[in-house]
Design a protein around this ligand. Sequence first.
Ligand code: NDP
Ligand code: 2IT
Length: 469
Amino acid sequence: MSTITVPEQKTDASSEAAVAAFMERVEAQSAGEKVFHQAVREAVRSVMPLVLTTPAYRQARILERMVVPDRVIIFRVTWVDDKGQVQVNRGYRVQMNGAIGPYKGGLRFHPSVNIGILKFLAFEQTLKNSLTTLPMGGAKGGSDFDPHSRTDGEIMRFCHAFMNELYSYIGPDIDVPAGDMGVGGREIGFLFGQYRKLTHRFNGVLTGKGFNWGGSNLRPEATGYGAVYFAQEMLASREQEIAGKVATVSGSGNVAQYTVEKLNALGAKSVTLSDSEGTIVDMDGINSDKLAWVMQLKNVRRGRIREYAEHFKGAKFLPGKRPWDVPCDLAFPSATQNELDAVDASNLVKNGCTCVSEGANMPSTPEAVEVFLEHHILYGPGKAANAGGVAVSGLEMSQNATCLQRTREDVDAQLRRIMKSIHANCVRYGSIEGETGNGKPGRFVNYLRGANIAGFIKVADAMVQQGVL
Ligand code: NDP
Ligand code: 2IT
């Protein structure tokens, strides 16, 4: 644990001025990378008071170093589609920071993928991985390849072509990719197969592998389950529980599905899911039978969420809409970045939502976060709330290194322990004297500030200790 003393005060005028000057340089050096600037600004606002009062960080120029990736690999991915046409995509791996462990982070296959998005995700990942308590550096990668409406054969050929380039830059103690949007168990299988063929090695180079060939119990469930465990911890701080609560969930992919599964198991009712076409609302609740149907729809048939409302009468589909004006107690944004803006946040607060646990990475805009903080909502930022996924990836790495597989119960216990520890660290570094959020005097926890500071200190101290690199 660091011996650094963290100043208690909120961000003041001198630190705001330092943030502005710092961001001016970051924006000039990475023109047009808007979501990267957004992620950096959010973290730097939290840590600047600490950096200004810690000469070792300033002398070593830790912040300046943390916003420049260790390296970025960009490559061409050429493959042949089912019609025999040659297709050309861009592949990337951003190795952001390796100070506390091998690079670690997912691969995203989505047409929007560009260097700015991957730098934002890799920067978030660096702080998130630090929070998990496990030794993992930060990375992210992916491609502008759009897996929607591609056949299994096309997905396989694309994944093989992607790995033809990536394999030279990764390895179990170098860089360990995993899934993210558009990359699940099927894609990890194809990627791993090609890595093995090219290198003649069977090792823990990727996480999210199939259980029979080195995967961990509970990795598919881990992000969604973890986001619910984090909400449980936040609610417990106000003597509340999940049971009996109504939840809105966005997305309908890996994270959203297992969020709903855990909410059901704990006695809450999830009433929404969404995809890029719109939102379904089912006020009767998406129970386990309906969730099994959604999993079949999304993971096997690869259909659209609107079909839910055609299948389950009582439910409705809202084309082009997001779930945030549906009344709820708890909200789990689990689709993509900036999917919840200030108007959405105000609607959530107005309708009685008291807890937001982010399954996605940076789903709330800065203005939405302001609304949550102003209203003393229990707001768990993605880098804390969704860290369960990469945490179980870290457990998969240690299982591979020791050639052992932990039981489901064991992994679940570890996941709960890690989410509790992340929560405790957020409380430790994010508590601010004032109101509790229940209108009572006491300490309010700004989880965003806490997560940023706790994640930052571990990486910053490692960088200081390793010298000027
Ligand atoms: P999936 O690809 O499994 O699912 C993504 C879901 O989000 C799909 O339902 C997709 O709909 C929807 N979506 C994508 N873009 C939009 C949009 N612009 N508007 C509305 N819905 C949209 O990905 P995951 O569930 O794995 O990832 C979801 C989020 O969680 C991402 O932010 C990811 O970075 C984050 N995350 C994932 C982790 C993991 O372990 N998988 C770990 C930690 C965070 P459609 O099919 O129409 O595109
Ligand atoms: O954003 C994330 O934390 C992930 N996509 C999971 C990364 C991982 O290495 O498991």
